[in-house]
Design a protein around this ligand. Sequence first.
Ligand code: NAP
Length: 244
Amino acid sequence: MKKTVFITGASRGIGRAAALCFAKNYYNVAICYNKNEAAANEVLAEINAFGGNAAVFKADVSDMAQVCNATQNARKAFGTIDVLINNAGIAQQKVFSDITEEDWDDMFDINVKGMFNTCKCVLDDMIDKKQGKIINISSIWGIAGASCEVHYSAAKAAVIGFTKALAKELAPSGICVNCVAPGVIKTDMLSSFDESTLSELAEETPLGRLGSPEDIAETLLFLASDKADFITGQVISPNGGFVI
Ligand code: NAP
């Protein structure tokens, strides 16, 4: 039977690539977006064009009621959610002294509370079935820390701690929880960097290039698959050797 994946932040970047990749690999795809309805509908149209099965759901992940509504609607559409990918996120570059309380709260509300909210809304079902895969997107900066991104690095480190603890708690229920911590990936998230900074980042990457959203999508597909059934509580970092 076809499995269903629920992907937050699937309108753009890594989430979009994951939606296309999972649909090509015969998953039903719940494309969850927040503001970019047009982009989410484009992802849906692309999936429909190659005969895949998907639907679009709106939710601001920081809002528990919206997340529960979206996951319930996805279950109504597809019957169940087998795989949850917590990908929605925001980043910001600021020296520590310029980070406001509001910046800090936004960073944690979306990157950390968002993941808490989605897990709350899908877990009862996974525990009842005694199976499921949850994959949370962190970042190399959650492992190594980035200058001028203290709030982002702290939030992404929280994603790793959350993943490890939940993996231990849910392993007896047959649910795997893992974390993917990408390196520098060419998406809208890098739009504030100019071309010379992007070239420098590529040069600093031992494999000599920036990552693509597809590089991350393939890692997600593997972790969601039966081939990864003995992997839980791990942080996999597709980063071209940037952080080793
Ligand atoms: P992106 O291109 O900027 O896309 C961000 C996605 O998150 C969009 O689909 C956006 O939806 C969604 N989103 C933002 N705020 C949201 C909210 N409040 N509720 C629901 N959805 C929300 O980012 P990306 O580069 O693909 O990043 C995806 C994930 O990878 C993030 O967690 C990011 O931190 C992580 N990451 C990225 C990189 C990188 O270099 N790009 C590196 C490491 C980790 P709408 O457009 O519909 O609003």
